[in-house]
Design a protein around this ligand. Structure first.
Ligand SMILES: Cc1cc2nc3c(=O)[nH]c(=O)nc-3n(C[C@H](O)[C@H](O)[C@H](O)COP(=O)(O)OP(=O)(O)OC[C@H]3O[C@@H](n4cnc5c(N)ncnc54)[C@H](O)[C@@H]3O)c2cc1C
Length: 414
């Protein structure tokens, strides 16, 4: 069967969904566990990597679990539009959920990948500095990482950098051995497959359009397809004892459907370029600058993918639309400008535009600072669990996030 190229110049590809996913929603629901039970135990809204990891974890413990995703396949949002880096946990404030779940998630993800043959590479990374001031910042970063429990960090000099990355220019670097790279698509597919094998019902092309909290359940109304589908499409309802909001960029809108209007997600686009094949020898592994001081992003970095291509990016710019991946793309010269201090040989002719992804930020434009993950039972809607602002390192943390969600669900379903 021919491969369907998923997005521009990405090595990632998607196979067409199984034919059973394309049946009408009502038919799929009739052939699901709903034909034998009057209420589902759990409905998970959103089939990105977090929703799939949650589906795998909760279906180990409970029957009657539904994973509902508006797109035709799982993981088509941020979950496959990212750098695919298994982060170590050096960046996040000690004690934060991001720090705890990234460090735990890093270990869990490596073990999971090894056990389930998910393509990944334990390659480590370098965070590079230019001059005394940046070297002091590197030391602070190393201290922060150690406080978070990240092991094996060490500062290396220019000669040692050149042994590892002959084309990279820097006066010093922080070597981070526990960073790796993963095929995010294969991870999503594997998590979804295990959830299905454990009895969870997977419902792609099913969009949550309404949520009605009741005394001991939440009524979840579904429409066929995503928001581009006709509004008069048939609707179906699942009664759930627990609803878990894993809707990524749209998690604030799902929370609002539940009556909680306190969250707002600001979309921040990250764009990538790719080195032309003939120049991919310039980068051996992962090379990062120091992170933005305003906390917006980790800075434009160089990532050698599992396919041998080299990504340059992502950038970070607030945008107005949550679905705006391609309008007003930055020119390749902008990527050259940002990457040149690390990679002096890079020229505009070496780059072609690649895909982009959109971060689910909780920090409004102009405010700076880092917001932590929100993973909580909803005080006002006792049968709902909210996962909001699951930006980076959400891919790395997905298994640890899922473990935390299991504890919250156990309190609801006891
Ligand atoms: C540019 C970029 C680079 C990144 N790099 C890294 C990295 O290297 N390492 C790392 O650890 N993390 C990285 N991240 C973060 C990581 O990608 C995210 O944290 C993670 O993918 C979040 O997963 P998710 O399942 O919460 O969201 P998503 O993948 O966005 O999934 C949410 C799903 O919910 C569905 N949905 C929404 N509303 C509805 C509805 N009403 N009904 C049904 N379904 C609905 C959507 O269609 C979507 O599929 C990066 C993110 C970006 C944008």
């Amino acid at each position: 069967m021919a491969e369907e190229v998923f997005y521009h110049l990405s090595p990632n590809t998607y196979y067409p969904p199984p034919a059973s996913y394309c049946l009408p929603l009502a038919t799929r629901l009739k052939s699901s566990i709903l034909s034998t039970v009057d209420r589902a135990n759990i409905v998970i809204v959103g089939g990105g990597v977090v929703g799939c990891a949650v589906a795998r974890a909760v279906s180990q413990r409970w029957s009657d679990v539904f994973l509902v995703e508006q797109m035709p396949k799982f993981g088509m949002g941020a979950s496959t539009r990212n750098s695919g880096v298994i982060h170590s946990g050096i960046y996040y404030p000690p004690g934060s959920l991001k720090a705890q779940l990234c460090v735990a998630g890093n270990r869990m993800l490596r073990e999971f990948c090894a056990a389930h043959n998910v393509p990944h590479r334990n390659c480590g990374k370098l965070v590079v500095a230019h001059g005394g001031q940046q070297e002091a910042a590197l030391e602070q970063l190393a201290a922060n990482g150690r406080a978070n429990g990240v092991e094996g960090l060490r500062l290396i000099d220019r000669d040692t950098i050149h042994v590892r990355e002959p084309h990279i220019e820097a006066t010093a670097a922080l070597e981070v051995p526990s960073t790796g790279i993963i095929s995010a698509e294969d991870l999503v597919k594997t998590l979804a497959r295990i959830a299905a094998d454990q009895g969870a019902s997977l419902l792609p092309r099913a969009r949550v359009v309404r949520l009605d909290p009741r005394a001991d359940s939440i009524a979840v109304t579904l429409a066929e397809g995503d928001s581009n589908d006709p509004p008069d499409a048939t609707q179906e309802t699942i009664e759930a004892r627990c609803v878990i909001n894993c809707a990524g960029l749209y998690a604030d809108e799902i929370a609002a459907m539940l009556g909680n209007g306190s969250y707002r997600i600001y979309p921040v686009r990250g764009e990538y370029c790719e080195l032309v094949r003939a120049k991919s020898y310039l980068v051996n592994n992962l090379v990062y600058p120091l992170p933005h001081t305003d906390g917006l992003s980790l800075g434009v970095h160089l990532t050698r993918t599992l396919w041998g291509t080299v990504l340059v990016g992502p950038t970070a710019d607030y945008i107005s639309g949550k679905n705006d991946y391609e309008r007003n793309r930055l020119p390749v010269e902008e990527f050259v400008r940002r990457a040149k201090p690390m990679l002096p040989e890079i020229e505009a002719a070496d780059l072609q535009l690649a895909y982009s992804g959109i971060r689910a930020k909780l920090v409004p434009p102009g405010h700076g600072g880092v917001a932590d993950f929100v993973i909580t039972s909803d005080a006002a809607v006792p049968r709902a669990i909210q996962l909001i602002g699951i930006e980076s390192p959400g891919l790395t943390s997905c298994l640890a996030i899922a473990e935390r969600v299991v504890s919250l669900a156990a309190e609801i379903l006891q």
